[in-house]
Design a protein around this ligand. Structure first.
Ligand SMILES: *[C@@H]1O[C@H](CO)[C@@H](O)[C@H](O)[C@H]1NC(C)=O
Ligand SMILES: *[C@@H]1O[C@H](CO)[C@@H](O)[C@H](O)[C@H]1NC(C)=O
Ligand SMILES: *[C@@H]1O[C@H](CO)[C@@H](O)[C@H](O)[C@H]1NC(C)=O
Ligand SMILES: *[C@@H]1O[C@H](CO)[C@@H](O)[C@H](O)[C@H]1NC(C)=O
Length: 696
């Protein structure tokens, strides 16, 4: 063993061991302790994989749309905004569901700075002298338990100024306005929701001198809906950036620059499409530029003046994550995590409790399998997060608190947020999971097409079985993938649902439009639960890094065209070759090991060693220094570019260097981009070497 090289075995047991030898002894004991569970499994069980198959079939056949509907109904009875009493009730509901099933449970509490509205008003002063007071609620009568429309973390403030319409509020839109001689400075701007995060749109308005911003989402049937949402930038509790906001732990002061820089400086609010229409219809000035594709109208400024006021308050509140832990029999120290948030802006039938219902149904079915003698090989953890809507706070604090253990033990994180929004299957994932996802969808029945599988219908859509990636920061996979480097998945049915973040996201909407028979819920729970069962029970992890290498190759081709020879992309090409080579060898090794059902120590250890290499490869993409200026984001393949207008949805460091160097001279620009290409290439090389598992 390696330690003998440094330290004679006899010296370990002398009465005065050197600190280094003591360290080694502890290390050896730890390693032995670490592997003990493996030795428990030496009883021969030749049909383990058949057994796992049998339990996957039991899982699928115990699907029940009625239980899913009943969970959703219970969860959505009242609005349950994070930090409120109603939200605490859902915490107890989920916890007692897990407990009643006999599952081991756990909770993790944090304190976090959340934000609530206290008062708001908006009136339009038209040129003809009429003053129109605009309703700032979806309801005609008081509904005290639904939070009024607001943007969490908007500063309090008021404005009395002319209106300018800025389309989606991107830099390009402001340039188009500039070309028309329109300057938004000193105005209240109105924007329609595009692809950019709310906080970024407000930041741009602020940068262009606007004094307040109103943001509406276009909807056909639901024009009266207001899209609530956070405008905070970054991820996690603003008072504990990068560490967990635990009781007695470090907490920044609200007034510190580091905290304030995450909030906008101008007040903002959501607006309904109906209210936006009433204001926009009264504007003068230049007509809408044709390429905004929004029909006829004028951009302003004015003549209509808006009188807008928003008052809100920030409060430190307690938030609660709830877990059910299904301990692995053979590898309890390897984790497969299934996560969904529980908190909602309003009733949350789609967002997020269609996912919570699926999580609870998976718990029910797993508990039933345990009653029939199943125990997962690896530990499965069902996670119910709090305060996601404010900026992935519950999951982020937990990941920050458990970074070391997740880094060494988390196999994968499987996220489901808005599980059912409408028809059609969608999935985003890190590429080593592509094959597994496609295979699993071949086993699950399509909810809308009798007799077909999810895979068949998915393949028949115009995008084919496309798997999207996870560069966005819009749900709880962000801390797992972008901060901790855990292979991740995000699954959903339907997209762009019209009642997003409005008071109409209710059980009633779900039964009328989203999923009248709850069969889409059944499909999501089926795919989610089976993917997890493979990751938890397959003796060799179903990861294929050739898909990753292939995807990286495509990204490199895009960069090659974009950079047009000005910067060398050779470092990427070489590292991808190395990854391809390592991935092929690992696939061959996996194939041989998969065929060996033996539970001899040597086979078990070989599988474990290969699995560790496959698990840790994703961590290779992390860089300890993270993205420049945004160190929390450690992943160099997937993460948000700081310039949201960047066309690159991968290599965020390279994307930043390309957009951030626009004003540099040619030489500096090339150097900045080249450096980020090298960093990405080294990350790929680290992943390749993790898979190879040998020292240079
Ligand atoms: C817009 O107006 C403000 C204030 O009058 C001025 O400082 C700014 O330079 C103007 N912006 C442009 C692009 O002209
Ligand atoms: C004044 O102008 C607004 C907006 O154009 C319009 O809706 C309203 O009917 C007008 N009122 C009168 C009295 O003309
Ligand atoms: C603007 O609205 C506020 C709050 O409703 C009101 O107190 C104020 O008088 C209004 N300002 C003008 C100029 O109408
Ligand atoms: C469950 O599915 C069956 C068969 O499609 C359907 O008749 C029933 O109404 C569904 N239950 C609910 C709650 O939608």
């Amino acid at each position: 063993m390696a330690e003998a090289v440094f330290c004679k075995p006899s010296t370990i047991f002398t009465s005065k061991p050197s600190p280094f030898c003591t360290f080694l002894l502890i290390l050896v004991l730890c390693i032995l302790g670490f592997y003990t569970p493996l030795y428990r499994s030496t009883t021969p069980s030749p049909s383990k994989s058949q057994n796992a198959l049998r339990f996957r079939q039991i899982f699928l056949s115990s699907a029940n749309n009625n239980t899913l509907a009943s969970y959703l109904r219970a969860l959505t009875q009242h609005p349950h905004l994070a930090g409120t009493k109603a939200s605490l009730d859902t915490t107890h509901y989920v916890l007692s569901h897990f407990k009643d099933l006999g599952l081991e449970t756990r909770t993790a509490q944090y304190r976090a700075l959340l934000s609530y509205p206290t008062h708001s008003s908006l009136s339009a002063h038209f040129i003809n002298g009429t003053v129109l007071r605009l309703p700032l609620t979806e309801f005609t009568q008081a509904t005290p338990d639904v939070v009024p429309p607001y943007h969490a973390y908007s500063p309090s403030g008021s404005a009395y100024a002319k209106v300018v319409f800025v389309n989606h509020g991107t830099d390009e839109d402001y340039r188009a306005l500039g070309a028309l001689g329109v300057n938004a400075s000193g105005c209240v701007v109105i924007a329609r929701k595009g692809d950019f995060p709310r906080g970024i749109v407000v930041q741009k308005a602020e940068a262009h001198g606007a004094v307040a911003m109103l943001l509406y989402a276009e909807g056909d049937k639901f024009k009266k809906g207001f899209e609530r949402g956070t405008v905070m930038r970054g991820v996690g509790d603003p008072l504990s950036p990068g560490w967990a906001g635990v009781d007695g732990g470090e907490s920044l002061d609200m007034e510190e620059t580091e905290v304030l820089r995450r909030f906008p400086k101008i007040p903002s609010m959501p607006l309904s499409a109906e209210a936006a229409g009433a204001i926009l219809g009264s504007l003068g000035g230049a007509p809408f530029p044709p390429d905004w594709r929004i029909g006829a109208g004028h951009v302003g400024p004015g003549p209509t003046i808006l009188n807008f006021s928003y008052q809100g308050e920030e409060r430190v509140v307690r938030i609660h994550n709830v877990f059910a832990v299904l301990r692995g029999l053979e590898e309890p120290d390897r984790y497969v995590l299934l996560g969904n948030h529980r908190d909602a802006w309003t009733y949350g039938a789609v967002d997020p409790n269609s996912g919570t219902a699926a999580l609870l149904d998976i718990a029910r079915r797993y508990a039933r399998m345990m009653g029939l003698g199943w125990q997962p090989r690896r530990t499965i953890i069902l996670c119910s997060w709090d305060a996601e809507e404010f900026g992935m706070i519950g999951s982020t604090e937990w990941v920050e608190e458990n970074l070391q253990n997740l880094g060494s033990k988390a196999v994968a994180y499987l996220n489901v947020d808005c599980a059912v929004q409408g028809p059609d299957f969608f999935v985003r994932a890190t590429p080593q999971l592509d094959n597994l996802l496609r295979e699993v969808t071949k086993k699950v029945k399509d909810p809308d097409l009798g007799g077909a599988t999810v895979y068949e219908r998915w393949g028949a859509t115009n995008m084919g079985t496309t798997i999207q990636r996870l560069s966005a920061v819009d749900s709880d996979f962000a801390p797992f993938l972008q901060h901790a480097g855990v292979p991740s998945v995000d699954i959903y049915y339907g997209r762009d649902f019209p009642v997003y973040h409005t008071a109409f996201d209710s059980y009633d909407w779900m039964t009328k439009y989203g999923d009248p028979k709850f069969q889409r819920h059944v499909a999501v729970a089926g795919i989610w639960g089976i993917v997890a069962l493979h990751l938890a029970d397959d003796s060799v992890l179903p990861f294929n890094y050739l898909s990753y290498a292939h995807q990286l190759q495509e990204y490199t081709d895009v960069l090659r065209n974009l950079l047009d020879g000005s910067v060398s992309i050779h470092p990427l090409v070489a590292s991808i070759e190395e990854l391809t080579f390592a991935a092929k060898a690992a696939q061959a090794e996996a194939k041989i090991l998969r065929e060996q059902e033996s539970s001899d120590d040597s086979v078990v250890l070989q599988k474990r060693a290969l699995n560790d290499r496959l698990m840790l490869a994703e961590r290779g993409f992390l860089d300890s220094e993270g993205l420049e200026g945004r160190q929390w984001f450690k992943h160099l393949i997937y993460g948000p570019p700081s310039d949201y207008e960047s066309k690159l949805v991968f290599f965020p460091g390279v994307a930043d260097a390309i957009s951030g160097s626009a004003r540099m001279n040619r030489k500096e620009r090339q150097a900045a981009i080249q450096h980020e290409i090298w960093r990405a290439a080294r990350a790929i090389q680290r992943a390749a070497r993790a898979i190879k598992g040998e020292l240079t």
